[in-house]
Design a protein around this ligand. Structure first.
Ligand code: UGA
Length: 440
């Protein structure tokens, strides 16, 4: 099929490459000429494991091309996927839909044949019917452009596998014909038995938002229990392992520590709260405000634990920070808990030296006031405290005994409960972990 993918940010670039991988002829569209130039050469503008390989091969085979012209996209494709961002609106909890509206307006102006427009971006429930009406008004006489919603559940760092082998496909459609088109788009995935949920537009929009709100709630739940563990002399990691054996609960997303960040969970929880309030259901989702606020408090909690470890003030202290990305295996620093903690500690007078295997360049751009190193050891030279804030596997492999030789004082705060605690202790380190009581 001939498919256009509009917006080549994170979601769009992955979706475009994966659609080509499924055998479709794909045109990726973006207003950012720099991004389009890089993608045309098969270069991804961000780090995502597995993406460069399928991008290069799709571009080389001619299955995937890129353009900055919506007119080209309109002339080329039968199915248009909208993958532009829906960030948090400045000064509000709600989502900024201006990019998506601009795409609808731009595309509609150029359409000369019937087609299906499919939203993939995360939007407040009720957005799709409004956009469908806008599309219908703006398209030329005699042209029918239907709108469907097909939310994406991909995780950064696993985006390619999540797109090609998803847990489920969800489509919100208004006709059997549109459903049939989407079944054809995803035919190779459906052939492997992937569950396919075809529903109305509102349910499809809400499934995505509810999924992210649930994941956020699960993380804040375990972090709340972590506080109680610390107060009661217990260990949240063992507790989470035990809870996880209950298949109704499951172990995933029960990792206690610094909490959630990134470009999705925080803003999606807030947008859900804002939209529910517009719909008159504010009280029902009131707890999600607490989920969000409690999540934010984890960063302050980490700063205060770190301050206690260095004797009450950061002035004159050297602090090594391991990890800047919002989670491992990405160079994404959007709303990164690690960077937020690092920058607060820096603002309180510490010299902060940061290492991250992939995200240092992005972090340096956002926070040039802090220092960046190319090895964890260099970040730790002369440190009074080591903070482990993003759980890259590299950090689990650090030999605590050899690191002891480079620091000034062997103290470590594990903000992700991912370091082999016993090993660090045995090597002579003072170890603090979020949710693990200090032994009496
Ligand atoms: C999230 C969802 O997991 C995806 O399903 C969804 O498609 C995506 O948002 C989106 O809306 O586009 P992502 O933002 O890539 O994916 O990251 P997650 O893996 O969900 O992690 C989010 C944050 O939660 C990270 O900061 C991570 O460190 C933190 N986290 C995760 C925890 O603190 N504890 C955990 O147990 C798990």
């Amino acid at each position: 099929m001939r498919i256009s993918v509009i917006g080549t940010g994170y979601l769009g670039a992955v979706h475009a490459a994966c659609m080509a991988e499924l055998g479709h002829d794909v045109l990726g569209v973006d207003t950012d000429a720099g991004k389009i130039a890089a993608l045309t050469e098969g270069r991804a503008p961000f780090y995502e494991p597995g993406l460069p390989e399928i991008l290069v091969s799709a571009v080389a085979s001619g299955k995937l091309r890129f353009t900055t012209s919506l007119a080209d996209a309109a002339a080329f494709a039968d199915v248009h996927f909208i993958c532009v961002g829906t960030p948090q609106l400045a000064g509000s909890l709600g989502a900024d839909l201006s990019h998506i509206e601009a795409v609808i307006d731009g595309l509609a102006a150029h359409l000369t044949a019937d087609c299906l427009v499919v939203g993939k971006s995360t939007v407040p429930v009720g957005t799709a019917p409004r956009l469908a009406a806008r599309l219908a008004t703006l398209t030329a006489e005699g042209v029918t452009a239907n709108l469907a919603w097909n939310p994406e559940f991909l995780r950064e760092a696993f985006a390619v596998q999540d797109t090609l082998r998803p847990d489920r496909l969800v489509v919100g459609v208004t006709s059997a014909e549109d459903d049939a088109v989407l079944r054809r788009v995803y035919a190779p995935i459906l052939a492997s038995g992937t569950p396919y949920i075809s529903t109305d537009l509102a349910t499809a929009e809400l499934i995505k938002v509810a999924a992210n709100a649930f994941l956020a709630t699960k993380i804040s739940f375990i972090n709340a229990v972590a506080d109680v563990c610390e107060a009661a002399g217990a260990d949240v990691v063992t507790l989470a392992d035990a809870l996880g054996h209950d298949s109704r609960i499951g172990r995933r997303f029960l990792n206690a520590g610094l909490g959630f960040g990134g470009g999705c969970l925080p803003k999606d929880v807030r947008a859900f709260v804002a939209r529910a309030a517009e719909l008159g259901a504010a009280d029902s989702v009131q707890f999600l405000r607490q989920v969000d606020e409690f999540n934010d408090s984890r960063r302050h909690r980490a700063v205060s634990m770190a301050r206690d470890l260095v004797g009450g003030t950061f002035a004159g202290q050297n602090v090594a920070v391991l990890g800047a990305a919002f989670k491992p295996e990405t160079d994404d620093i959007r709303d990164s808990p690690a960077l937020s903690v690092a920058s607060t500690i820096h603002s309180e007078g510490a010299t902060v030296r940061i290492h991250d295997p992939r995200a240092s360049d992005n972090a340096r751009q956002a926070h040039p006031e802090m220092e960046y190193t190319d090895t964890p050891e260099k970040a730790c030279e002369g440190a009074d405290l080591v903070l482990h804030l993003t759980e890259w596997s590299d950090y689990r492999e650090i030999d605590p005994a050899s690191l002891l030789a480079v620091v000034r004082t062997p103290r470590v705060l594990d903000g992700r409960n991912a370091l082999p605690r016993a090993q660090w202790k045995a090597a002579g380190w003072t170890v603090r972990s979020m949710g693990v009581a200090v032994p009496a």
